[in-house]
Design a protein around this ligand. Sequence first.
Ligand code: PLP
Length: 377
Amino acid sequence: MVRFHYPPTFDESIENVAKAIREGNTCGDGDFTFKCKEWIEKKIGVCGAYLVSSGSDALEHAAMLAVEPGDEIIVPSFTFVTSASSFARQGATPVFVDIRPDTMNIDENLIEDAITPKTKAIVPVHYAGVGCEMDKIMEIAKKHNLLVIEDAAQAVMSKYKDKYLGSIGDIGCFSFHETKNYSMGEGGATLIRDDEELSDLAERKRESGTNRRRYIRGELDKYTWEFLGSSFLASELSAAYLLPQLEKADLINENRNHYFNMYMEMMADLAKEGIVELPTIPDTCSYNAHMFYFKCKDIDVRTEYIRYMMEDKQIKVMSHYIPLHDTNGGRKYARFHGEDKWTTKESERLVRLPLFYDMGDDLVERIVQETKAFFLK
Ligand SMILES: *Cc1c(COP(=O)(O)O)cnc(C)c1O
């Protein structure tokens, strides 16, 4: 079976992990973690970056900083579970609004109508690594005094205008899961844009709600429990694995964009015939090529295409999220505001193809050939 993803694999990662093990520096916040943190702060442009054990941890970490029981947050329904559940765990209610069919991102024009006196934050999700309309979202947040927490799990190294995604909202959440562009196996980071006080709070919430980090830095002679937090720290082994990938981020980005552009060019004729729809990358977005997807005519065509690729051709292709409002969890912990005009309809047509660092031109060509064989048969 042709794999759907394969993480970037560099010898430096293996050497780094071996070094950390030999030296017995394996818990959180060692040298490798510090270097990853510094890389994110400098490259992405934020005042604080905290490595955590998953993208979901970053969202829970952010939720602990942003909401209290009874609050509401606004988020799309077409997203991963923890974009919403992280806030529900803090006792807040996720309020879903519809997406735009072109980017599958939250429709910025529907946000304002969903705001109530309980609303605390807007949580834009940059689907496939394509930026939401951040100017408009930041403007709404400013007007209504709301926080913006970017779910930039898929968007590491993508930009909106001249800024990296994850650095525009008050808080940004990255994932370094194996399926994302840069891998720790399981991992993530919480980013604080420019608020030093919030960054200090983030540091302490990540240390189980203590001032332990200040104690380790020698600023205190003992550490104590201050408020609620959790041990969100990532292992030093995962940071040792991640660092060389971050150092080669531009190379990985170019390489992925090359394959993404190949798909776009080779599938253009199918799109021109109206057989499939290709993704839209707005001019405002410079892209990390996290994902290549297209849309079929309807769910029946998609089901048959996935069956053909998986069973007949042994190539892994995948559908994506079941809209959260249409799940048991979504019904129990969240609500949908307004009309579901696009979320369900568009999610049912979407299919993702393999795209990973170093996959090779031949593989892209083969996947497109088989895809054309299916649609033009
Ligand atoms: C992957 C992902 C997450 C969660 O990240 P994990 O590291 O898997 O916990 C959250 N939101 C979105 C949009 C994601 O793609």
